[in-house]
Design a protein around this ligand. Structure first.
Ligand SMILES: [Zn+2]
Length: 426
């Protein structure tokens, strides 16, 4: 069989199974797998892998095993149901390069349901798009990778290298799901993560830090508000200070080789605010959960120190906070940025499939969010590619994945697997 015939068979197999792929994706998106509730998704992936004959490893994640590893982010919520599922394919002939395919099954909260045109966990297909929370980020990618493997089989072929298909949790808050696979001992010559990148290869990505400002106030009745100290207003004072830090960091980003081309790559977000107990009492407390990013090569510890210095300087300038300094809690991600490096071989393998499906050379993406690739690249020097479909409104309302882009990214993924791992007649 010539390479072109082989490609044609795989591409046809993706087309032939595409309706089934969409049905499986829809079933997967229908599971409301927000943080702490990923179990049914992991069950579904375990079943899909078992049906296909993969060797399945399904384990409970023990935070104690991970807490000293590079890139660990603190876990504050109930973690008793946290699991990772890995399906392993072992080749009969082992002549190719091994591969990790990974997707995360956790999704972010929906926000107010009335803002969605259609319920977020009742996915619908309309005008060539699938709508639903997680349809884009990244359940369609995970199922796409599974069907990419199916397409190789349906083409009468089997890979000639070990493949781990990994379904992880916590990508949206700490990354400990991906970290748990490495702690468990899963390794390969390359990793591929089909996050929705609009048909581009992630070249460089930010790191992210989460922290919580815990601000105290002095409660009095509002009729004598001047005698009290309003914790919510004080929190605004601190938020403005971090906004100044954001400006400084964006100035620093102007000298980054990749991010200098990006407008405002460092984004700070106060994402959750809670505080006060009563409309007629000056609030005695306010908690603000925040996210800020850093660039590849920046140290997490240095960034933490800068954040703490920024907060304490702002507190010193404040009448009440100067004597009642706020606390800062690290509440999730403590992640470095990651630049794709030492990846010439897997990139060349991917480029062939990309050219066949899309035509031309793979465009780069300099990404102002993070992905799990960092753990493979930074902790174990496993080149880690991130490429996937196109869509919109990740983390927003009416999230969707574009289905033609999904078909193409599934095809490119299948050709990449065949090229990287090698294939032989089944
Ligand atoms: Zn994602």
């Amino acid at each position: 069989m010539t390479a072109t015939d082989l490609h044609r068979k795989i591409l046809d197999a993706v087309d032939a199974a595409f309706d089934a792929q969409l049905k499986t994706t829809q079933d997967f998106v229908a599971i409301p797998s927000t943080r702490g509730a990923e179990g049914p998704c992991q069950d579904m992936i375990g079943d899909l892998l078992r049906e296909r004959g993969y060797e399945v490893d399904d384990w409970h994640i023990d935070v104690e095993d991970l807490k000293d590893l590079r890139g660990f982010g603190p876990i504050e919520h109930d973690f008793s149901k946290a699991r990772t599922v890995v399906g392993t394919y072992r080749p009969t002939t082992n002549t190719g390069k091994s591969l990790i395919l990974q997707g995360h099954c956790d999704v972010v909260p929906t926000g107010p349901l009335e803002m969605w045109d259609n319920p977020p966990f009742s996915p619908i297909i309309k005008d060539g798009k699938m709508y639903g929370r997680g349809a884009c980020d990244m359940k369609s990618g995970t199922i796409g990778a599974l069907y990419a493997l199916d397409a190789i089989k349906a083409a009468g072929l089997k890979p000639t290298a070990r493949i781990h298909f990994q379904s992880v949790i916590e990508e949206e808050s700490t990354g400990v799901g991906a970290l748990s696979t490495l702690q468990r001992g899963y390794r390969a010559d390359a990793c591929f993560i089909p996050e929705p990148t609009a048909g581009k290869m992630v070249r460089s990505q930010v790191g992210v830090l989460w922290f919580r400002l815990k601000v105290r106030g002095f409660p009095v009745h509002v009729f004598e508000a001047g005698a009290g100290a309003n914790a919510i207003k004080a929190a605004y004072h601190l938020i403005e200070a971090v906004e100044q830090l954001e400006i400084d960091w964006n100035k620093r980003a102007e000298s980054d080789v990749h991010f200098k081309a990006v407008n405002h790559p460092i984004n700070f977000n106060p994402g959750i605010i809670k505080g006060g107990d009563w409309a007629s009492s000056v609030p005695a407390w306010c908690d603000v959960d925040c996210r800020i990013s850093i660039l590849p090569g920046w140290s997490v510890a240095d960034a933490q120190a800068e954040i703490l210095a920024c907060i304490s300087k702002a507190a010193r300038d404040h009448r009440f906070l100067s004597n009642n300094p706020p606390e800062v809690e690290w509440s999730g991600f403590l992640s470095e940025g990651y630049e794709l490096k030492n990846a010439a071989a897997p990139e060349a393998a991917f480029a062939k499939g990309y050219d066949t499906v899309y035509g031309g050379s793979t465009p780069d993406l300099v990404f102002t969010a993070l992905t799990d690739t960092r753990f493979y690249g930074l902790n174990y020097d496993i080149p880690s590619l991130c490429f996937g479909a196109d869509g919109q409104a990740m983390h927003g309302f009416n999230e969707y994945v574009d289905l033609e882009s999904l078909r193409k990214s599934t095809k490119a993924t299948a050709l990449f697997i065949a090229e990287w791992c090698g294939v032989e007649k089944a």
